[in-house]
Design a protein around this ligand. Structure first.
Ligand code: SF4
Ligand code: SF4
Length: 257
């Protein structure tokens, strides 16, 4: 199977402002709670931890007083040309026609983990254990999100169940489910971010903020040169942040800025 870029009428995407993100981790907590991710058996063992959204710390590596840091939340980037999709032997993951979200069908996954090896962003996780919640906590599970058993791969789906709920609401209200307004559908991490660093919407819709933000000279995508065309963009006015995020070399300039 060849990698090709499928164009969709609606392309859900995010622009994450790294100059606003304080690294508080509220987005990670919101993601865990919303998507029924069980607390890890041993949180100190990062190999076995499941965290669909991870916040990385970047540093300009300068001594005081020029020291500077940035925080980079990394969900699945919902690549336009996802490396994970063509390697899956059972089509358990695909590029969703409705919004370009990279899907993951747990009941199909055979746990071979080819997709994990193919993803350049380490955005996929394998269930080494059956999920276990502390007594009583199972009552807080999100009813629209299935739990995943041991032996399958899982990942961020831009809270796809919220998309389905927003479309259902539009139908009930006699609105077009394919023309959702900005704010009708928002993933849990975006809703919870206290600084408004995460902006979400349809990258193809000029009325949505992400459309303009993603075209800013300060916007960039992670490892742009791999040509995976992520639907998640980052934004920073600090050149060193853009350079590190995009893995540029010392002598290279970034986006002409
Ligand atoms: S681990 Fe599951 S989703 Fe990933 S390639 Fe294998 S079968 Fe497909
Ligand atoms: S970030 Fe990884 S898991 Fe997500 S679409 Fe891209 S290759 Fe697939």
């Amino acid at each position: 199977m060849v990698l090709y870029l499928k164009e969709f009428k609606i392309k859900w995407g995010m622009v994450i402002d790294l100059d606003r993100c304080t690294g508080c981790g509220a987005c990670m907590v919101a993601c865990q709670a919303e998507n029924n991710i069980a607390p890890p058996v041993d949180a100190s063992n990062k190999r076995y931890s499941l965290t669909w959204l991870l916040v990385y710390q970047l540093s300009n590596k300068q001594p005081y007083p020029n020291h500077d840091v940035a925080y980079m939340p990394r969900p699945c980037l919902q690549c336009g040309k996802p490396n994970c999709v063509p390697v899956c032997p059972v089509i358990a993951t695909d590029k969703n026609q409705e919004g370009g979200i990279v899907s993951q069908v747990n009941a199909r996954c055979i746990g071979c983990r080819y997709c994990m090896a193919a993803c350049p962003y380490h955005a996929r996780y394998f269930n080494w254990h059956d999920p276990v919640w502390p007594e009583g906590m199972e009552k807080t599970l999100t009813p629209d999100v299935s739990t995943r058993p041991r032996g399958v791969v899982e990942k961020c789906l831009f809270c796809h169940h919220r998309y389905m709920a927003a479309r259902d609401k539009a139908r009930i209200e006699d609105r077009d489910p394919n023309a959702l307004a900005e704010g009708d559908y928002i993933p849990a991490c975006v809703e919870m971010c206290p600084t408004g660093a995460m902006v979400f919407g349809d990258l193809e819709n000029p009325e949505h903020k992400v459309h303009k933000l993603s075209k800013s000279p300060y916007a960039f995508r992670l490892l742009e040169r791999l040509n995976t065309k992520p639907q998640v963009y980052y934004y920073s006015k600090r050149e060193w942040v853009r350079k590190q995020g995009d893995n540029y070399l010392e002598h290279e300039t970034v986006g002409g800025v």
